[in-house]
Design a protein. Sequence first.
Lengths: 78, 311
Amino acid sequence: MAVTIYSTPTCPYCKLAKEFLDKNKVNYKNVDVSKDPKAAQEMIDKSGQMGVPVIDIGGKPIIGFDQKALKAALKDKK
Amino acid sequence: MADSYDFIIVGGGPAGYSAAVYAARFRLKTLVIARNPGGTIINTHIVENWPGEKSLSGFELMEKLKAHVGHNGVEILMDSVDDISNEKGAKGFTLKTEGGKTYRAKAILIATGSAHRRLGVPGEKELAGRGVSYCATCDAAFFRDKVVAVVGGSDSAAKEALLLTEYAKKVFIIYRKEKIRAEPINAERVDKNKKIEIISNTKVTKVNGEMKLESVTLDKAYKGSKEFPLDGLFIEIGYVPQSKLAEAHGVKLNKKGEIITGKHGCTNVDGVFAAGDVTDMGFKQAITAAAQGASAAMSAYEYIGGKKIEC
């Protein structure tokens, strides 16, 4: 299952989300949208969101550091 | 069987973490349960008033505090306490979490902090994350060369505006009163910054946009129009104390919803202590919250030891 986190280096909830993924032993790709405007646009297209983090779990974007939604999405995909 | 502790701290901001360090050193078996480890201060871009640290991000500050808590052997559990109860006659409390765990504690500390206040105008909810943001530290980078506004006149609002000038081409501060009430050092920085313009005595009454924020409606015309085009709107109008959990257990609140707390951290309920932004302390700062946390840990220690405490 492909997991991508769209983040910025200053965003605290991105750091918490990454900690959460690490803790749950999930491999993920980190995309820094502050440095990559193309990726930022891709994130906005996918989620309609102009805020980070957005975490794409197997094609389903989860908006914000929503632990409940993350747990559910990871469970579904397992 | 529920896991038993001497002291459970609900909340992982400066108040909770400071209490944890002290409690561990009092040799209390302590657990921290935090929904958002680090608390709201992790959204603060730069903290320059924590003694001993000239300048660091709120996140860095809380990572340091977290490490200090860990160094003292206290576990920080990322979960949310849904319910506090105690059986009649029995001393101590039972805490149930959203994650389905149950814990017992002889004393508890409510350090649940506060959450961002919403503006409460039409369109705000629909456009959250689509141009409306509550965290400049998180989202500023999406507004490179854009026009944005911060609503609010607090020190936090001034700091958000200053941070946004690093990305946006123009930053407005929309404030319902005449003069912003930032720390004078930050107010001076705002005055000197050519990208920032303050629109005072003005309220935002509506947030407009289809798929994303396009404009806001003001209650007073700015340059001849109440329609005010914007790419980003950052809302920084204060905080709401997160006191519902405590209230449900009979803890008394003031009119603002803050926990009425004695000078050593006691509430009206025996064995329930409170510290930090959730309390009725006037000056809401990381350092004052940490001090309250330390003081409350001491009171809890005495309470657990059977001493009559005065606070």
